[in-house]
Unconditional design. Structure first.
Length: 195
């Protein structure tokens, strides 16, 4: 009565070892990938401000309030646009696109123009500005006070914008290939260092 267990010959089978190892690796990778998927999923937050913007844009364009169904469709369209935008950014579609670069640069200009709101100048400042620019302003102070104030504020804003841009520019190292330097007649780095 020497009974051998049924599983004993199976445990010695290399095919079974291979299958068990494969199953273990499969489960391990499935677990790792499920954690990666939840960690890498980006959130697109739809807020009340988004809904208000969609609502007001529709009202301005159509001269009427959107129905609930129209609002839902506009929201679906907005979500689709957000998803496509995020995907386009993720795969780098913005990188060598001149139109997109130009639009983003324009938005940055508007951004720092909004940020740099100069204070109202005093009368002394305006009179000093008038003395500094006699060719630009030929009429007496009383006649051109508003024009003078606008020109002064524009100049101060431009100074702030230029300073802001220079600050941003200092975050980057701007280099040019020798071909570009040659076309623009700019000395190469080596020559520039010697000067």
């Amino acid at each position: 009565m020497n009974k051998q267990p049924i599983f004993s010959p199976l445990l010695k089978e290399p095919l079974l070892h291979f299958l068990l190892i494969g199953l273990g690796l499969f489960l391990l990778f499935a677990q790792l990938n499920s954690e990666e998927d939840t960690q890498s999923k980006q959130e697109i937050m739809i807020t009340q401000a988004n809904i208000a913007l969609i609502y007001s844009t529709f009202r301005e364009e159509n001269a009427k309030e959107p129905t609930d169904e129209e609002l839902k469709e506009l929201l679906r369209t907005n979500i689709k646009e957000e998803v496509l935008y995020h995907e386009a950014m993720a795969i780098g579609l913005y990188k060598e696109d001149k139109v997109i670069k130009h639009r983003l640069a324009e938005k940055m200009k508007y951004l720092f123009e909004d940020v740099s709101m100069a204070d109202d100048p005093s009368q002394e400042m305006l009179k000093a500005y008038l003395k500094e620019n006699p060719k630009k302003f030929t009429k007496p102070y009383a006649e051109i006070k508003i024009e003078l104030k606008q020109a002064f504020i524009a100049q101060e804003q431009q100074k702030e914008n230029d300073a802001f841009y220079e600050n941003l520019k200092n975050r980057y190292e701007i280099t040019m290939s020798d071909d570009v330097r040659k076309v623009l007649n700019i000395p190469t780095k080596k020559i520039a260092k010697e000067d």
